[in-house]
Design a protein. Sequence first.
Lengths: 402, 137, 173
Amino acid sequence: MVKKIPIGPFHPLLEEPEFFELHVDGERVVGIDITIGWSHRGIELLSEHKTWDQVPFLVERICGICSCSHPYAYVKAVEDLCGIEAPPRAQFIRCIVAELERLHSHLLWTGLAGHFLGYNTVFMWTWRFREPLLDVLEAVTGNRNHYAVMKPGGVRRDIPQEEIPNILKLLDELEKNNRMLTNAILDDPVIHARTKGVGVFNKDQCRLYGALGPTARSAGLDVDARRDHPIDAYDKVSFNVILCEHGDVFDKAVVRQLENFESIKIIRQCLRLLEGTKPGEICTEIHEVPPGEGIGVYEAPRGEVFHYVRSNGGNMPIRHRVRAPSFNNILTNELSVLGNTVSDAGLITAAVDPCYSCTERVGIVDRASGERRILTEADLVRLSQEKTEAIRKRFAALKGNG
Amino acid sequence: MSLALKALKKSPWVFHVNTGACNNCDIEILDCLTPRFDVERFGVILVGSVRHADVLLISGPVTQNILPRLKRLYEAAPRPIKVVAIGACGCRCGIFRDAYNAVGPIDKYIPVDAYIPGCPPKPETIISGIVKVLNQL
Amino acid sequence: MEREEVKKRIADKFGSKVRIAERSPKRVYVYAENEIWVELARFLFNDLGARYDTGCAVDDRDGVEVIFFFPFDREHYFVTIKTFAAKPNPTLNSITSVCPGAKWIEREMFEMYEVNFRNHPDLRPVLRADTRPADYFAAKREVKDEHETVRERDDGDARSDEVAGRPPKGTNP
């Protein structure tokens, strides 16, 4: 007997709304229906009424967490259309800001996943590690989150020389903290029990669904736009692409943690390369955007962001297509929740790090008796945390006996 | 001041709603809970259900899809409830003013007691805004 | 697979039903007739090993241009396939049988551009499902006053091949 459980639209594990209806047989999920569009604001249409250099401010606000990813892909699309490159110093600055953002985004996700699992200290600590990072971003770009650094042809601001030692100091601190965090996650048996084998989405499914980013790499699908379609400084630095093989929630967490180390590596290399460039040369002027089309891709923390612009020679795009990685990744929930329990469903849908998610209520309707139970967000988080507690107790008991 | 209001002022419980925002205001709100700003020492906690809330923190330019749910949420909130609109989108729709699907701002549909502008407002601003709202009581 | 070989194999297989253009070493454009749309997607995705990325639709006066992007990651270039679904009632075969990941973008094209996709498993609006008025598509054609001038300015140019991203007639390497 299949029951239907609506989750949404307000996810326990991040702030934006999504609506899932889980079809449940007993404790197992046998089907899911996903409704999106709660945050649909009509940005592609708005772009057509903004000039080429006003659009970055608009697309920045598509998502606040990966807020420099969309402008980055957009300016690369415009530069592809115009056939120009930004000057070297601008390229390095772009990569530095972009990788700092990747660090902040992955730490944020780890914290929220920890909270959902019942590890509130993980939440508090990762978000505390983020704070100096946000301070550095504020000193370098002017704002903690919407950086407004990207501009077609280059960047809007130069990195002040006096900030560079601060960035290096921050990277040393972050590397130490990330190592501590990674070891804690990789060693904890309760986390293993909660996340291994949960929400599996394998490599072939990833390919068919066009999954991207850590979601795809956790299953072994080797896609990384930094390496495959290198832009700016990414072909001048060396870094590893992290691949796992099982495609479950644990692997998704591991990929993100290890990618933090790679980001730190990239930033250090970019800072060294920055020394060889002349301060102040941060933009190639674009006098005219010719008719034609341009594609810009960039590897955001969640996956590849894709922007496509078309021009008729005017001062505004006539078509701007924005594809966030979550558009491909959230659809993967269609298969990855099947066979798992309700208390894991929230975790699985959050493991793809959706750029929008928020459940407020979970309603359980028993079709046979007509009884209706409503669980709130607090209940869903509590269910998940209780499961973790139960596993912890079981492990402690085993240790006591053994 | 009555006992109920005194109790309310001591530890306001906050429920956060995202009506189609970009998430930035929302992570700054969550940031307030983290050790650097730590609003929990003032008794402010983020609750999971609107029925326990004293303050509604609403961000976002109110998309068409969310609107009926926002109204229902406001009706479900216990009285007295203070509504705070967060961010440029919450206050005045921000950069989404001309968007066809953003039908806000929030105060077009529910009465707002305080506005915290910014894109996003820093956690210090958010805390200061909530304190001002509480002092209105 | 290398770019030149991909271009050659597509030209060999589909002959006059496609026109291939290369704008830069990283961008290959294939303009296809409607009837071979799914075959082309299948050839690229299954036989040549491209990755499915996403799709886009562009509104034109006479029809809707439907575009899909298939990158070849190892060789660092994008193949963009385009076709034109003529108005009224633009209709096209769905490629979800080849790439299930295209489900949502085809639903979005249906919702925003009225393109009807044959054989789509679940063709219904994806972004504004429960708040759309009944006469949604008719209402969409009304343009706000301050935007009218932008549309008028575009009208002449939208037809030109270069703007629409089509290669001039007679080029097929």
